[in-house]
Design a protein around this ligand. Structure first.
Ligand SMILES: CC(C)(COP(=O)(O)OP(=O)(O)OC[C@H]1O[C@@H](n2cnc3c(N)ncnc32)[C@H](O)[C@@H]1OP(=O)(O)O)[C@@H](O)C(=O)NCCC(=O)NCCS
Length: 211
């Protein structure tokens, strides 16, 4: 996706990102994937795509340089997401935005980019699981055409909560592509307007709570 002059970058997840990804993962999810799991995914899962979103608007306006594996965290890394291609189905396996950066369209930017990856890979549909109680995520997914298609009972080990299985309609259609384009254009307009209104925007203080 072309982000124009927005102060964000979207890049493939790299090993050097994992300490930061893992820290966000632990902050955000009740059953976080381990750093080793991410390492396996990034290195060996050929049909998986993991993206990281960075804030590139801090001093100097360029993304923080990549740091070697195991060194300190990258505060410019705001969120990440992943999609697996399984035959002709794309499955979104993770999506997270730092708490202090939520509500600005960044989760949507990551989701739209993962769907674009699925389109490129000729996937026919995109699926995912969401906690039954996670209304925020379900709203986001509904915005991109996902609908509930089933339930995995007691899917989450921490509290035995059900997972809602959600799926898009077929995505390789003119109808879905056109609707996707309209949503992305609206999102990019929103992000540009927010950027122009607050050119020096920084994260709100105090990243509180877990989802
Ligand atoms: C889900 C998550 C990625 C959304 O990221 P975000 O950057 O805050 O979301 P956005 O600002 O892009 O919002 C996109 C849409 O999500 C929904 N949404 C976002 N915040 C919401 C809220 N507080 N309440 C209800 N719906 C909300 C809305 O549909 C919104 O569209 P709108 O702006 O047109 O109303 C983020 O909340 C998160 O990381 N949560 C914890 C991890 C998680 O639950 N991941 C999903 C696992 S299935």
């Amino acid at each position: 996706m072309n982000l124009g002059n927005l102060p964000y970058t979207l890049q493939r997840m790299h090993l050097a990102d994992l300490p930061t990804v893992s820290a966000i993962e632990r902050q955000v999810f009740a059953t976080p994937w381990s750093i080793q799991a991410y390492r396996q995914e990034v290195l060996y899962h050929d049909t998986a795509t993991y993206l990281v979103l960075r804030y590139a608007g801090a001093e100097g306006g360029s993304p923080a340089p990549r740091r070697p594996w195991g060194t300190r965290q990258d505060p410019t890394l705001l969120g990440y997401g992943g999609v697996w291609l399984v035959l002709d189905e794309a499955h979104i396996c993770t999506l997270a935005v730092r708490p202090a950066w939520r509500g600005r369209g960044l989760g949507e930017l990551l989701l739209a980019s993962l769907i674009e990856r699925a389109l490129e890979q000729a996937a026919q549909i995109v699926t995912l699981e969401a906690r039954a109680s996670n209304q925020t995520a379900q709203n986001l997914y509904a915005k991109y055409g996902f609908e509930p298609v089933g339930v995995r009972k007691r899917y989450y080990p921490d509290n035995q909560e059900d997972a809602l299985i959600m799926s898009t309609p077929p995505i390789q259609t003119d109808e879905y592509r056109a609707a996707h384009q309209v949503r992305v254009e609206a999102l990019l307009r929103r992000l540009h307007e927010a950027h122009q209104a607050l050119p020096g925007a920084e994260p709100r203080s105090g990243e509180a709570g877990r989802s």
